[in-house]
Design a protein around this ligand. Structure first.
Ligand code: NZQ
Ligand code: ZN
Length: 395
């Protein structure tokens, strides 16, 4: 096990109907709040109204910024930051999936600093990001997830896309940890089967990437990771078929929060090469993040089966019940079991199914290595993946 320092400062309020506590919690922090949310879902489901009423009932003045697109863009965030400054709000509330929650965090930083959000993300095309990382100052943040996937509700990351340069990059830092996450699994009842499946794949990927690429002797971490993956594997297909199954929704919600809160990987390290490859896909083609990961996973696992078969074999044995003693054969059986799981949620697809043509693959591979491969981003086992290998995975 590697040495580590772990900080998980977000207070978590979890359970049925807990969204009604938004007002009381917000009132402890500020007298005026901005709710940052998506364009459609939270209005259609009525949850935006519920949160506004809860805040107003607790005496908190509300500004609603409802323009966040899936895969949030830097200019949308900058406009939100400008309004938050102008309105002098003291709290930013991210209400929705990962996109509105990420946007809320970035708005909290932009509102505080006055810097445009593209300064915080991406590679050298957009300039000064390295001067501003990690983010040390932001308005207080409260999150209310409505979709189980990213874990953004309780971590310090935010992923934004710079539309002109097609860079999708992350900003992070201690100031971006939400003070509170109010996690009400009932809010996810309305998530479509497609996004439910994409979310299950996203949390699975958050868990397997460091498990396959990081320190090998991390015994507690391996058990935590395998347990959380089992929760995703068991409950994803249930929630796809029975959207109002509370226990399945609650299991997915809690597994997705824990997957990216820092706990499973503390003492293990590891990298996120599949995420780096996916972020370039969704930057170029605006596809669902989880769907992109579902395309890349089986191809990436073939690379792992060649380079580190014992880790994939262990995943197969401890999560998918594979009995095979030979590591290489067990690794191949693990890939088949994962594909089978994806098929059970109708999420086993190819890039061509998502409208992505072969012509753009080489450009995207080079870009993924440039933007995502900074630092340790692309370390796979003991070395960096190069653009030829990334291209082979895309193909
Ligand atoms: O667009 P709206 O109206 O908000 O509707 C959304 C969107 O169409 C809808 N939705 C959300 N909650 C719903 C619902 N529909 C019905 N009922 C509900 N309760 O679902 C669609 C997808 O929403 P989105 O927020 O885009 O999805 P997700 O949670 O998967 O977030 C994806 C974004 O998060 C980033 C991704 O790159 C992507 O930009 N990530 C953030 C991470 C983090 N902060 O830690 C880590 C992740 O790896 C990821 O990169
Ligand atoms: Zn992800």
């Amino acid at each position: 096990m590697l040495d580590f320092s772990l900080h998980m400062p977000t207070r978590i309020v979890f359970g049925r109907g807990e969204v009604e506590k938004a007002g009381a919690e917000a009132a402890k922090i500020a007298g005026k709040a901005m709710i940052v949310t998506g364009r459609t879902a939270t209005k259609k489901t009525g949850v935006l109204d519920r949160v506004v009423k809860s805040l107003e009932g607790a005496g908190v003045e509300v500004v609603v910024y409802d323009r966040i697109e899936p895969n949030p863009r830097t200019h949308t965030v900058d406009e939100g930051g400008r309004i938050a400054r102008e309105e002098n709000v003291g709290l930013i509330i991210g209400l929705g999936g990962g996109s509105p929650m990420d946007a809320a965090k970035a708005i909290a930083a932009v509102a505080m600093s006055g810097h445009p959000s593209h300064w915080y993300i991406g590679g050298n095309k957009t300039g000064k990001w390295q001067d501003l990382l990690p983010v040390q100052e932001a308005l207080p943040i409260l999150t209310i997830p409505t979709l189980a996937a990213t874990g953004s509700e309780a971590n310090s990351g935010s992923v934004l896309t710079h539309e002109e340069t097609k860079e999708k990059g992350g900003m992070s830092g201690p100031a971006l940890f939400p003070r509170i996450a109010i996690i009400d699994p009932e809010l996810t009842y309305t998530v479509s089967p497609e996004y439910t499946a994409d979310g299950a794949v996203d949390m699975f990927t958050h868990l397997y990437e460091a498990y396959l690429t990081g320190e090998e002797d991390a015994r507690v971490q391996d058990h935590i990771t395998e347990g959380l993956i089992r929760a995703a594997v068991e409950n994803g297909p249930i929630a796809v078929k029975e959207p109002q199954n509370y226990e399945a929704r609650a299991a997915l919600m809690w597994a997705s929060t824990l997957a990216l809160i820092g706990l499973p990987n503390a003492g293990r390290g590891g990298a996120f090469p599949v995420h780096a490859m996916e972020h370039t896909l969704s930057a170029f083609y605006d596809i669902s993040h989880g769907r992109g990961l579902a395309v890349l996973t089986p191809a990436y696992f073939e690379r792992v089966a060649a380079d580190r078969p014992h880790r994939l074999a262990r995943l197969g044995r401890n999560v998918f019940g594979i009995q095979e003693a030979d590591d290489r054969a067990a690794a191949e059986q693990t890939i088949a079991a994962v594909v089978n799981w994806f098929q059970s949620m109708n999420v086993h697809v190819k890039l061509s199914d998502l409208g992505i043509s072969r012509d753009s693959l080489a450009e995207m591979a080079a870009e993924a290595v440039r933007v995502g491969g900074r630092g340790a981003g692309f370390i796979h086992a003991t070395r960096q993946l190069n653009d030829k290998e990334v291209l082979a995975i895309y193909e």
